[in-house]
Each structure stands twice: as C-alpha cells, then as structure tokens.
Ligand binder design. Sequence first.
Ligand code: KOT
Length: 834
Amino acid sequence: RKPRLDFAERKGQAQRMLGLMDVFLKNDPISLQKDILHHVEYTVARSRFSFDDFEAYQALAHSVRDRLIERWHDTLIHFKKEDPKRVYFLSLEFLMGRSLSNIVINLGIRDQFADALSQLGFDFEVLAEQEGDACLGNGGLARLSACQMDSLATLDYPAVGYGLRYQYGLFRQVIVDGFQHEQPDYWLNFGNPWEIERVHITYPVKFYGTVTDEFLNGEKCKVWVPGEMVEAVAYDNPIPGYGTRNTINLRLWAAKPSDQHDMESFNTGDYVDAVVNRQRAESISSILYPDDRSYQGKELRLKQQYFFVSASVQDIFRRFKDTHKKFDEFPEKVALQLNDTHPSLAIAEVMRVLLDEEHLSWHRAWDIICKIFSFTTHTVSPEGLEKIPVDLLGNLLPRHLQIIYDINFNFVEELKKMIGLDYDRLTRMSIVEEGAVKNIRMANLSVICSHTVNGVSRLHSELLRTKLFKDFYDLWPHKFQYKTNGVTQRRWIVVSNPSLCALISKWLGTEAWICDIDLLIGLRDSATNAELHQEWKMVKKVNKIRLAEYIEAMSGLKVSLDAMFDVQTKRIHEYKRQLLNILGIIHRYDCIKNMDKNDRKKVVPRVCIIGGKAAPGYEIAKKIIKLCHVVAEKINNDNDIGDLLKLVFIPDYNVSVAEMVIPGADLSQHLSTAGHEASGTGSMKFLMNGCLLLATADGSTIEMVEEIGQDNMFLFGAKAHEVVALRKKGPTLKVPLQFSRVVRMIRDGHFGFEDYFKSLCDKIEGTSDYFLLGADFMSYLEAQAAADKAFVDEERWTKMSILSAAGSGRFSSDRTIQEYAENTWDIQPCRCPF
Ligand code: KOT
C-alpha cells in the first residue's frame, strides 16, 4: 500500500497525534483499572456493572495487549532503523500454552495488574486460569520453539519466528473407560487477544501446474505456471523479553482463498460451487498433524509445509528488498534456521526465487544458499527422517522438484570427485532415494544445503556424527555442532512456581537469576542450611497441595501429601517406556500385597502420576494408556494398599497442566532406552523445580549428571553404547523373574482385558523386546529402591533437591540461544532503548 502522506507531512502529523495521546500507557493502579473497565465496556462490550470472570479476563488481556503492542512497535521500528542481521526461525510447531501471566511477568507489570484487579474485586490468578492453551504443536520440539522465542526476545536478538496458525491445535485427550479419545481443539472459539490480524500483509502461494522453458532477454529461463493459488494472511504474535523493552514477532500464517485465482471459476462454473471451492483453501491451515514422527506422505501436510515456507520467504525477501539492492548482501542480513526438516522446502524456495524471479545465476544463488541456512535435527532414528514421495512433490511443486534434482546432480558430481565411485555411499548420500517408491530425503537436502547441522544434546550429536549422518560427517566435519536444549526459567520457574521464585530470589539476594541463570549455582552455598531446608520443604508442600487438589477434582481420588509424588508426563511412546514405569508399579503392588503388616510399615508411600497423549493412530501407545487405567483401578481400590500406593493418569497433559504438575513433583522419571531420546526437555523443567530425577543415561540427562553429580540423581539402565549388543543377544538374554511375573499378571487377566493387552505383552517378551524393558528391569527396580531410601531421609532429600535446582543453570534456553547466536547464526543483540 502507498502511504497516504509523504514523509514530511507524516512526521508532522505523527507529532500532532502524539500530542493527542499519552506517550505511553500508564501502569499505576487507577490507570490500570480504568483501562480494564474501558475494555469491558468497549472491547468485550459488556456492562461495567455486570461481567463475569471470563469477560474480566478478556478485558484484562486487552489491557495487557495494549502495553505489549507499544513495545512491539518500538522494537520493530528500532530493528528497522538499525537493520541488523536477523535470524528467521522457521518451525511448523509452536507450543505456547497460556500467555497472560508470562507476558505481564516479562513486562514487569504483574503486581500492578494484580493490585488493580483486587481493587476491582478480582483475583489475578483466577482470571489467568480462564485462558485456554495455544497448542500449536505436538511435544518437545514445539515447546522448545516457544522457549527459544522467549530467550531470543530476552537476549535482545533480532529474530522473527514463522509458523502456521492452525485453527485446530493438538487434539484434546478425553479418557472414556480408560481409553483415549480425541476431540478437536478449536482454540479460537473465544477469540485470541494475543494475535494481531494483519489483513494487508498477505502473499499469494502457488501450487501444482507446469514448468516451461522460456527466453528472457535472450537467456533461457524456467517459468512455473501454477494451477492453484491461495492467499497467506499474517497473524502477528508479539513475544516480549524479560527485563528489556524488546518484543519480537512470531508471525503465523493462515490460508484464505485468493480472489485472483477464483475469478476464473466464477466465470466458468456454477456460482455456488465456486464459493464452496473457495473455502477449500482454508483447509491448508486448518489442522495440526498429531502424529509427531511418522510420515504418511499426505498431500495436505506437504501443502502446509510449502504454504508456510513460501509466505515466510516472500516476507523475508520483501523486508530485505525494502533496504537492499544487491543480493550479495543477503547473507549479511539473513540467517534462516530450519527447525527439523519440516520447513526444509525453504531451501528450494529461496533457490527458486533467486533463480526464476531475481534472475541470479545458479552459481550466485547457490553461494547464497550455502551461507544462510542452518539446520537442527531432533531425531535419533533413521525412521524419524522425513521423506517425500517424488510423485507427490513433482505434482504439487514441479519447479521445486527440478531444483532439488539439480542440487542433487551437482552434489553427486562433486561427491564423486571427492570419494570416487563408491556407489553404496553415493546412494546413501543422495537426496533422491531410489526404490519402488522414489523419495526425496529431506534430511539429506537439509544437511547438504546448510552451513551448520546442530544436534540437541552432546550424545545426540555423537549419534548424528557416527550413525545417522556419518557419511556427511566424514565429508564435512566442520558442519556438525550441537546445542544442548534448554528451557526458559521465566515460564518454568517464575510463572509456574512463584513461591520457589520468591525463595530463590530471597536466598540469592537478587532477582538477577531470572535472566542470568548461572547465578542459581549460588544456592549450593546454602544446600545444608536448616532454615533454607524448612522454607524449601514448605514451597514443595504448597505445590503438592495444589497438585493434590487438582487430582481430586479431576478423578475424585484423595492422595496423601506425605507420599512421594512420582511423575512421568510426556508424549506416550514405546521408546519413552511408560510401560516400564507401569510394570514397576505392578511389581511394587505385588510386593506390598505379599508383605506382612510390619514390613508394610516400612514402605515409602507413593503417588504415581502418569500423563501424556498418544498419537491417534498409535495402537500400542493407546494400549499403554488403557493399561495404566486398569492397573490404577485395581490398586486404588485395594484396601490392603491404602495410601501406600496410588496411580493416577492425568488426562489432556498440556503446557498449563505441566505448569501445575511439575512444581508439585518430588521425583520425575525419564526412562527412554539409551540412545533414543535426542535430548529431552521435560527433565530440565523438573530439575529447575527441585525435583529429583530417576533416569537413563540418555540425551541431555548425561549432561545433567555432570552438572549436579551422580549422587544427586537415580540413574539406571544400559548405556547407549551397550544397547546394540544387548539387542543382538536377543533370545539368549535372561530376563529377571520379577519381570516375567508382572507380565504374566497382565497376561493372566489380573487387571482384566487380557486379550486386549496380549499384543502389548508380546512386544516386550522374547526376541521382540526392542526397547529392552526386560534387560533394564532390575536396574530400574534398584534405582527405585534407592529413591525410596533417599526419600525417608528428609534432610538428604531436601539437599538433593536444592542441588538439583542449583545445578540446572546450564539447561536454560538462554544459554542455548546464546550459543546459536554466536556459533551458528552470527547475529548480535539489538536492544531497543527504554
Ligand atoms: C518430530 C517429527 C520428526 C522428527 C522428530 C520429531 C520430534 C522430536 N518431535 N519432538 N521431538 C523432540 O524434540 C525435543 C526438542 O529438541 C527433544 O528434546 C526430544 O528428545 C525429541 O524427541
């Protein structure tokens, strides 16, 4: 759009406008109350004499949003003026959860709002509970993106996040008779105050069609004549930093029908059909795929990937071209981060734009590509690597397929020069996988075209270098780095555990740890201080009460606060071994049943809490959920057991449930078969909250041991390097009797549904125990016994808990982001003046 006034006129007018406004909104209690009431009346359109908690939340959110927008505008203007190199973080998933508390805390105005609300007769926390979660992601990868956005803003980095604005987020999990059912999460039903619809920021996105050769100024070039076009509309989500004015942008794209494209069908076809057809365009951004790591070659998924990539790339080019003329400067201004392979079509798209639209030579375009892309993989197994059937890609994006073939041709030719005619290796490294179904290997494309390939923990990186991408590592060792994941302490301590936050600040004598997490280590000095112990235990108790109340409200089950709250919450996957936990619980139950009264007195009471969603098509994971319920039913209703053991499944585990569960946990379990969890980030949240870890030496837990010491964790199980050998032993491996006994109990129908669970039992017995439950069982029981022993020694437990939190600093996403900025993206902070 053209500005309506020229610059001088606009400047004069802007000054007059400023005179009409207060320069910034005020945060004193009266101004805040007025603002909230204003929004009740004029935004929510309710009478100021009659509005309920939800309406009060909406008005509150809009008052907060106004303040957020001020800073966001200032930041965007500042970035525009300074024109720093920016990082563009491309991710198909962002798991933001709730925003209100996080925003007011980062803006430093939580207490002012809480005061203003209390004077209006409302409680801030009660209103904050009204907000629904934004679940635009599946699990670890998606929540990591959200944590990293918080750190990017807090550390003043000039960053933009790009993703998709799904209308339906991750399904809601409803449990009926112990079985998981999925319900749609139409999260936008009640409006979303945190987004800003940018009706004028739209880009056309094209699909299908054909590619022809044409001549332009005597040069041969490719012209893509697309067959379908939809419009991408920007929805901006400001992300505020903590302790800074910087507020960066998360731009999510929604699909809308394109007028241009549709006029034809209106002219030629039936009017009603044409209108209905238009609506089909919106389906592209309608739903988040809930299978977090299986590739089904679905066209809609590919369309989603290209849709968000194309809109983002157009936006990035538009911004660059606003101030730059020469594309050679592109790498000095642009870093493109691929969050796994999901956005990797961006490589072909940037190449296409440079070649076909900007008419750069292949050589110049390729040089730019090699300087701007960096790729982070979150996968350990070859099956987790994304493949796109060539037929599907060629039909939907014919020009992109050509470009990918050309990249591959050049790569293979170069490779032959370097390694000779080693056909096996050439075949493995090719972007194109030959076979009955020809596929494009998106990971190979990403590795070949990125200057840096990051793993998400040290072990993960080692596995990438020695297994998954060995061929590439041997060729380009310099490309391979790792950035151990981290989580943001703003969300995972300050927002979700305010009593612990206050306690830490008190004992460190400063709040500076909120953006300088290394200071947490200072808690070590007081790890044996009796006064701190008292206060620490009190905080844990308050959080356990909150969790116990939630459990009772949800399931009717009353749990004892004296019991150890033992938690395993994460997506349900065979490799995460929730089944090992349940078998351990059955074993514990069986032992208690067979004890005499005296021995029972020595049992450490436990409340075992399991939560997580299974992908809708993942049969075995769903059976694990059902097993958990039938075992819980049996144990919780057994009078011999009483408070000695309880088992609870928490339904619909999401970010806001996590915020309540994690602070209330005494022990948390991370049981992945070694070598299968790329990093794991749940463990970091528990650790920060002073929760002890019972874990295998996998992913980031290995690095945790280094930080807090083996004595302060309960480690068990085979190490990653032992796993292959153990699997090979297969049938000769002797499983412990205890293991066979608990599996037999399930098989014999001790908990009912024996036919239903048969396939589950078959999967873990004999030669098919791929995830080594049998092999690790004794070691697991020993670690559990060690946890019991430590728990009864309150002083020792509390010390371990303090040392866990004190040693968690390395697992802040601030550290991760700083490393990315310095070693991968080469960007500098760009701080907006206050
Ligand atoms: C999803 C699709 C394809 C490949 C991998 C994934 C994936 C991986 N989704 N979540 N992850 C997890 O990412 C986390 C953040 O890096 C890790 O901590 C965790 O180990 C991964 O399983």
